[in-house]
Design a protein around this ligand. Sequence first.
Ligand code: HEM
Ligand SMILES: CC(C)=CCC/C(C)=C/CC/C(C)=C/COP(=O)(O)OP(=O)(O)O
Length: 305
Amino acid sequence: MSSDISSVEADVSKPMTASWRDYYEITKPRVVALLVLTALVGMCLSVPGAIPWQVLIPSMTGIGFLSSAAAAINHIVDERIDSVMGRTYNRPVATGRLDPKNAALFAMLLAVSGFAILYSFVNPLTAWLTFSGLVGYSFIYTMYLKRATPQNITIGGLAGAIPPLLGWTAMTNEIHPNALLLVLLIFTWTPPHFWALAIHRKDEYAKVNIPMLPVTHGVNFTKTQILLYTVLLFVVGLLPYLVGMSNWLYLIGAVVLNIIFFVYAWKLKFNADESTAMDTFKFSIIHLMLLFIILLVDHYALPLN
Ligand code: HEM
Ligand SMILES: CC(C)=CCC/C(C)=C/CC/C(C)=C/COP(=O)(O)OP(=O)(O)O
């Protein structure tokens, strides 16, 4: 009898009325927008001149669709932990507004159409690399690494870092070292991006037994890691200029942005108040967006010989 009551309660607390907004939300639209921007920059930097729209449109659509599918799968896999954490409890699948089966169907539709678009209108290399990004994020990171090790995001970050390479291969059909350099930039940026948020949300991750670095190794150790990664990012940020891929405009932009990121990390380590961790996280997003916009401006305003 009591189980009947609890199941009735569960049904009441989980009304199954999904709207298009719920489908939109599970694609993590703002994350995908930034991923697509980094892919666009990879594409533009791969050749000196203009990008033909016949390649641009299917590439951005296919990469966007597969990234959205990956984000939707993350919502399905994380239904239980999302429903417990304050930051995520109101997500469509976690609340039950969106049936996981419908979410899975939606993800499948996005993934299949994204892959087909890339395979048919761009090239198979880009289609398979983008698919590997989906597998890396949805399955290797979300299903396994996230729950297995505090280095989950350092390794899993590779999936989120891959879009500039996807843009590059979409245009040239080759894996160029300069594209890998752009991947390295995002790969190095990811730990300070995420760990700043993880410090702020440490107790919630502990509650759901997710071994994020601040939970397993403490907040102080995580702050040191964030600071060291911003130093590493400063060095990596010099490389596009040093290898002759970008010009002085990029160099100035990267140095300024990376110094500001370092200052945030320094404050977080040595002089933090309540809001410093979230401020650092928010700045990380502006940082990456500006860095890639500057790469683009530098590329078109100051063409290399
Ligand atoms: C494994 C690597 C990554 C992890 C673990 C991570 C983690 C997170 C988390 C937990 C949030 C907060 C989400 C929310 O509250 O809705 C977030 C937000 C965000 N992330 Fe990341 N991130 C990663 C990689 C990336 C990459 C590669 C990009 C872009 C190139 C990115 C861009 C963003 C953006 C734009 C937001 C803000 C989203 C919003 O305001 O809706 N992240 N990230
Ligand atoms: C095809 C391709 C390039 C795929 C990339 C996929 C993608 C959407 C990467 C974004 C990384 C991200 C937001 C991780 C957070 O996951 P989380 O589960 O730790 O955070 P959450 O708790 O907010 O869900």
